[in-house]
Design a protein around this ligand. Structure first.
Ligand SMILES: [Zn+2]
Length: 424
């Protein structure tokens, strides 16, 4: 029984629930084998009765991928859950629910009759929808996703292409893609990279239930061109060279003339008691109804229509894995499948899906992960001020020393890799 409880505590912790059991056990951290969890999921779940007793019942755990074109309402219908669960949500949560994305891995617990007891549906790297059946009714809340962060190092001698070799070494498509887009416009890989040129990256990787999750964070990267190293250091979410010159390649313009920013981007803070979070995955530009909305960059319209709490929405796919989203539109003036130029009018500002004043909710996603739009919009490049420069120099020096020493570990296999799990 005690062992079972520990499994449950682990699962609750891994899925981001407030664990209600107070015992802790250091050996829990070693229970990360996928097999053990899958086994557990098929055995038992924890039901807390109103008198506070724990009861184990036979349940089935499932991991599934969210299908394209499915809304939360479709999902609720398929489990005979009342739609009021969605309609009663505050507008901010309705917006967040519209963030469910195709291909997201989600988890469910059902009883032996197929009735849904719990579902954990991610809406980003940091937040998930939590549906829970208790006391004869369903509850829906947005809660944080807990994950393990690992500091990782990969250093190799290029044998094929930087992308292919990074992918082969790490199996991490997102890392290889981020590496290439970081150096885009800085280093011409095709022209200057020769066989056995060295490439190295120190980065952070998130894992959820033993699987790679979300986007890697590159801390420092280096690639040689004709034996000369080119470094990039990440600082305040942008890439700089060792001299502190910003190397980020800006793609976007401000999509609308606005009066003020009524809400900024945030990942949300966890409510200390309720455990819920309320992130805001975009910037709200307050401006009158009918104001034209412009495509923030060249791209292809991948969605034009109604999207839950976002009302009328246009989504555009751009280069470098960037996607932009324009919500609460009054009129949509484009169609899915169309190619648009930066500045093309794609619609007008409205209040659809909203109870507040007219504004454009503008979202920016990098490889599907929401990022702060204001950090991605083309402005005059701002030099680091004296204080920032000092902390940048310190960081860059430390990271460079670390990376340079890891590169020495590359052996005859042309490869060196290291992983350090930081926290849980
Ligand atoms: Zn918004």
């Amino acid at each position: 029984m005690f062992k079972k409880m520990m499994f449950i505590l682990f699962l609750a912790c891994a899925l981001g629930l407030q664990a209600s059991v107070t015992h802790t056990n250091p050996s829990l951290k070693s229970l990360d084998a996928e097999g053990e969890k899958a086994d557990f999921l098929n055995k038992a779940s924890l039901n807390v009765a109103s008198n506070g007793e724990y009861k184990f019942t036979s349940t089935v755990g499932t991991r599934a991928k969210w299908d394209d074109g499915i809304s939360l309402l479709n999902f609720l219908d398929s489990y005979k859950i009342p739609q009021s669960l969605y309609y009663q949500l505050p507008v901010e949560d309705k917006e967040l629910v519209a963030e469910i994305y195709a291909g997201a891995t989600y988890y469910m617990l059902k009883d032996s009759t197929g009735k849904l007891l719990q579902a954990f549906i991610p809406i980003s790297e940091n937040a998930q929808i939590y549906i829970n059946y208790s006391g004869n009714s369903y509850k829906l809340s947005i809660i944080p996703i807990n994950y393990v962060v690992s500091d990782e190092v990969v250093a190799l001698k290029v044998q094929h292409t930087p992308y292919q070799d990074l992918l082969d070494a790490t199996g991490d498509r997102a890392l290889a893609g981020e590496f290439i887009s970081a150096y885009k416009n800085n280093v011409n890989f095709k022209k200057y990279i020769a066989k056995d040129d060295v490439l190295a990256v120190i980065y952070e990787r998130k894992y959820r239930l033993g699987r790679q999750f979300g986007q890697p964070n590159i801390k420092i990267a280096m690639i040689e061109t004709n034996k000369t190293p080119n470094y990039l250091v990440s600082f305040n979410d942008k890439y700089y060279n060792l001299q502190g010159k910003e190397m980020t390649n800006f793609l976007l313009i401000t999509p609308v003339k606005y009066r003020r920013i009524s809400s900024k981007f945030s990942y949300g803070r966890r409510h200390p008691i309720l455990g819920i979070i309320r992130p805001h995955y975009g910037v709200d530009f307050a401006t009158p109804i009918g104001t034209p909305i412009h495509a923030a960059a060249d791209g292809r319209v991948i969605f034009a229509g109604i999207k839950g709490g976002y009302g009328n929405v246009v989504e555009i796919a751009h280069a470098d894995g960037i996607k932009t989203l324009y919500a609460h539109m009054h009129k949509i003036l484009t169609r899915a499948g169309r190619y648009v130029k930066q500045g093309t009018v794609i619609g007008t500002v409205g209040t659809t899906g909203l109870s507040t004043g007219p504004h454009l909710h503008f979202g920016v996603y990098k490889n599907g992960v929401p990022v702060d739009p204001l950090g991605r919009i083309k402005t005059a490049r701002v030099e680091l001020n004296r204080k920032q420069k000092a902390s940048f120099n310190k960081l860059a020096k430390e990271l460079k020393a670390e990376l340079d020493s890891e590169v020495l570990n590359i052996d005859n296999s042309n490869l060196f890799m290291k992983k350090i799990v930081q926290n849980m």
